[in-house]
Design a protein around this ligand. Sequence first.
Ligand code: AMP
Length: 727
Amino acid sequence: MAVSVGIDLGTTFSAVAYIDPQTKLPKIIPNREGKNITPSVIQFVNGRAIFGSEAESAFNAGQSGCAATFKRGMGKSGAYCFIDDKSYTAEDLSALLLRRLKEDAEAELGDTIKDAVITVPAYFYSAEREATVRAANAAGIKVRKIIDEPNAAAMAYGLNNWRENANILVYDLGGGTFDVTLTRMGPNGDLSTITTRGNHLLGGRDWDDRIEQLLMDKFAAETGIDTHSGAGIKAMFRGMAEGVKKQLSAMQSVKVSASIPDFGSASVMVNRGEFEENTRDLLDRTVSLCNTVLSDAGLNIRDVTDVLLVGGSTRMPQVSRYILDMFGKKPITHVNPDEAVALGAAIQSTKENEPYAALAIQVMSDGKKVTAHSGLSSQVSVKPSQKLSSVGLLKLRETTAHAMGIIAVSTDGAGYINDIIIPANHPRPVRVAKAFAFYTSARGANEMEVYVLQGDKENPLDNQIPYKYLVSGIQHVKGQKGKTIIKVQYSYDNNGIIQVQARQESGCGDLPIRKEPVPEDMSKYALPIDPAEFLKPEPLNVVMAVDVSGSMDGDPLRAAQNAMCDFIRNMDFSFTRVGILAVSDRTAEITGLTDNEDACIRAIQSITSGQTGYCNSAHPFTDIRNMLADEDGRRFAVILADGVWRCQEAAIAAAKQCNHAEIETAAIGFGKADKKFLQDISSKDANALLVSQSELTSAFGTIAQSLGAAAQSGLDRSAADTETWDD
Ligand code: AMP
C-alpha cells in the first residue's frame, strides 16, 4: 500500500519521515547511506547528478560542479547556477533532490510514495511555495500539503509534551533562513499559530561568512600575506568556515591549519568567545524579530511558556544562552533539530485539508480593524505536560505570514497605497473579497490590472509584488460615467499560496483573469497623483447639427429643440464641450464648442427654420470636421434630419472622411428620413436611429448615455469588504 510521507526540504539538509504503521508514531526514513538526513547538495559529474555525503564532501572541498543552498533561490525565475554550461534554477535543483529523497525512501520502505507533506519556512512567499509544489511535481511527488517548518517542529514536540494553553515560541534558525513563530497549544491537540515573522536572508551561512572573514584576518596577521584577495584562497577559507563553526559549538577553541600560497603551511587559533563577539549583531537581529512577534500577538516575554529551538544553527551554544538571558528560561533543546521538522510533516501527512474560512474583520468604534488574534488572553493557566495518545489528536491551524494587499488609489486620491485585503497572522486557508469602483469606457477593452502585494507596508513598493493579474471581460456600464463595481477575491489556500478571482457586480460568474509578468518599472506607484488629473475623464467634444429646412417648421423643430435641450442637460459639462450647427442649403455655426450649458440651451432655442435656407442642398460634415479638427479627447457629432438630403453622396463621402479622422458620427432621423442614409453617415449602425417625432427625446437620450460612459477607464478605488464566493 502506497504511503504518505513528510519531507523537510532544508537549505542544508533534508529529511523524510512517515507514520510507522506498527507504532503509529512518526519515524525518520533513513536514506540509502543509512543516514537520517541527506545533505541538500548536488554535484554534477559529466552531467550525472551525485547526492549524499559524496556531494557534500565535494562541496566542502571546494570542488567544481556543486550546487548547494539552492533553497534560497526558490521562486526566482532566473538561473541559480551554471554547471558545465547548463543553467539550473533553484526549482530544477530542488526537483532533482526531491526525486532522490523519494527514491531512497521508497527503497527503504519497499513501497511507493503516494503523496507528501513538504515543509517550507513560515516566511516563504507565495511564489516560493508554488515553486516548491512544482519542484515536487517534477520529481513525481504529489503534494498533499505545504506546511510551515516551525509548525511541523512544534507538532513533533507537542506529541510528547502537550501543555494545554502553553504559548510556544519556535525559534528556527536554519542554514539560510530565520523564522520565529508563536504557537498555542489549545485543548484537544489543537495547535495554532498566533503570529509569525521571519528573515529570508539570515541563517547559518551568515555565521559562516564571519568565520571566513576571521580566518582571512588571522592568517593575514600570522603570515603577512594578503589573504583577502584571490578566488582560490577565498574558496579555501569558505570551505573551512562551516566546519570551524561547528567545531566551535563543541569546543572553546579550534586550531585551524592551512597552506597559504607564497608562504606555506600556517596555523591560527579561533576561540568561541571572539566568534560570539563577532557575530553578536546577527543574534541581535533574531531577537528583535522575537520581540516583534510578541508585540504582534499583544503578549510579552512572561507569556511565553517555552522556547523551542529548531534548525541546525541553534546548535551554536550562544543561541541557548541568549534565549535564557532574554526569556529567563532554558530553551527546549531535546528535540533533534535536524529531524523534528520532517517528523512533524509526517504527522500532518495523515490529515485532511481544512476548508476555507471567510475572514471576519471586526471594525472597532475608532474605525480600526482588528483581526482574529488581537486581544489574545495571556492569563490562562498552563496545564501540566502530557503525552498525546495518538498523532490523530493533533490538529494544526496555520496563519498567513504576510498580509496580502492590492495597489489602489488612496481615499484622498493623493497617491497609491497597499490596500490590505487579508491581514497577516490570520488563520488560513482564508478568502476575502473586496469591492472596488471601476470606470469602464464605451470604447476599447475594459481591463483592470490587479497588482498583488505581500506585506503590510503602506507604500506599495515597500512590499513584495509577487503577481500581476489582468482582469478582462468587464462589461461596459452605461451612465454614471461607466462606474461599475468589481469584486476582487484573494485567497490563501491550504499551502499558503495566493489565488485571485474577480467578478463584476452586475455579471454572473468569474471574470477571465490571467497572470502577467510584473513590470520592471513600477516607480509610478510611488509617485503622488494629481487628484484632479486622475479623476478627470477623457474630454468629450460634441457637435450637434440640426436640419432647419422648411419641413422642420413648427412642431418638428420645437420637438427637436426640446430633445436637444434634454440632451444638453444630460451631459456632464465638467468634461464636455458642445457646438451647434444649423444646416439646410448652407450651414451656420449657431455656437462654437463651449462648456457653458446655458449658452448651449440658449443657442438651441434661438434656432429658426429656414435660417440657412428652406431646402436640403448642403451637408454639415465639412464644418463638423473643421470645428473638431484641433480638439483632444473624444470627438462626436450628432446629426438630426427629417428628410432626404439632395447631396446624399457628397454627405456620405464627407461623413466617412470624418470617421476616418476619428470623429464618431450618429444620425437621428424622423419624418421622411431614410434609415439606409442614416446608417451611411453614422460611424456604426447602432448610431443610426430612425424614430417618430415623439421619440426624439429618447433617441437623444440613447446617444447621451453612450457618451456618458466616456470617463477614463481603469480607475479603481478602495471600497468596502464584500461577500466571498466559492470556486
Ligand atoms: P538546517 O537548514 O536546519 O538544516 O540548518 C543548517 C545550518 O545549521 C547550517 O548553517 C549548519 O552549518 C548549521 N549547523 C549544523 N550543525 C551545527 C553545529 N553543530 N553548530 C553550528 N551550526 C550548525
